[in-house]
Design a protein around this ligand. Sequence first.
Ligand SMILES: Nc1nc2c(ncn2[C@@H]2O[C@H](COP(=O)(O)OP(=O)(O)OP(=O)(O)O)[C@@H](O)[C@H]2O)c(=O)[nH]1
Ligand SMILES: [Zn+2]
Length: 322
Amino acid sequence: MSIYRDDHEGFDRPRRRTRPRTKDRPNYADAPVARVVAIDRGRYRCMLEDRIVTAVRGRLIPRKGVIVGDNVRLDGDVSGEEGTMARIVQVEPRSTMLRRSADDADTFERPIVANASQLMIVTALADPTPRVGMIDRILVAAYDARIQPILCLTKADLASPDELREAYEPLGIPIVVTDPEADLDPIRHLLEDEVTVLVGHSGVGKSTLVNRLVPGANRVTAEVSELTGKGRHTSTSAIAMELPTGGWIIDTPGVRSFGISHVEPSSIVGAFPDLTAFVDDCPRGCTHGSAEPECALDAAVEAGRLSPERLGSFRRMERAFS
Ligand SMILES: Nc1nc2c(ncn2[C@@H]2O[C@H](COP(=O)(O)OP(=O)(O)OP(=O)(O)O)[C@@H](O)[C@H]2O)c(=O)[nH]1
Ligand SMILES: [Zn+2]
């Protein structure tokens, strides 16, 4: 199985054939699988075993068909030696896909990263001032994509984390707090063997965190800059880095807003396993919001089978859509 697949080299197959004969189809099962770690102007930097291989898209892979975090099969020169170029011939199925719309007026979906298991929302406690609206929207995107959210509150040397901690604790998501002196072991532990995408407003201290978590992250950044002749912050692409403790982090460029117009409000409940059992009894088309007159979640609270606090924190998510 694959999402996209490069077909036969020459387009010499007769037309009007409903199904290509297997013998005509190249077999890429033996082509090595690499992880896309950065994308720049049509060049895909892929980590194959422990080397970086630069690749282009095979001709049947669509222009937006490959995103950072994708596992791809490579053909051609995969030595990674200078001046060599491999070819992406197949994109493996994705376990998850995080997307956003540029803003709510823009319904165009922008895939950000593939195969992330966790999404760390990085928010500064001050400078810039935290915006719960933004946190809620990124949370919604994570729930919609079925990616485990983590809240990371930075700059605790400037302001107290108590208020935000209280606001988000009822959701049951991990919350970590940092400052320049903070011990990062609790964060390292959360990231171990996971693929975690970092999302946050610009200036919250994401790069500072990445540099502390990944020794040599600067070097990787420099390599990307070298490739483009520009800094990575001028690129819209994310960048994936391997963690020394196992697992990956995928840093994304700082955002000013996080659009979720691609998300169907009723889909969010599916990310809350303790609530999904109840919504089978909802009327058709129920969005499970507080304005729904017959939502079974309210009935569950009345019957004492669901705590009002838990429902309240779930319903908090609906604010993100207004
Ligand atoms: N006081 C304080 N400052 C911090 C902390 N972490 C980062 N900073 C500072 O905040 C500023 C922004 O940090 P960056 O790491 O560049 O922020 P970023 O999120 O990568 O921002 P973009 O590059 O715009 O995406 C820098 O001046 C950092 O030194 C912190 O824990 N406390
Ligand atoms: Zn409902």
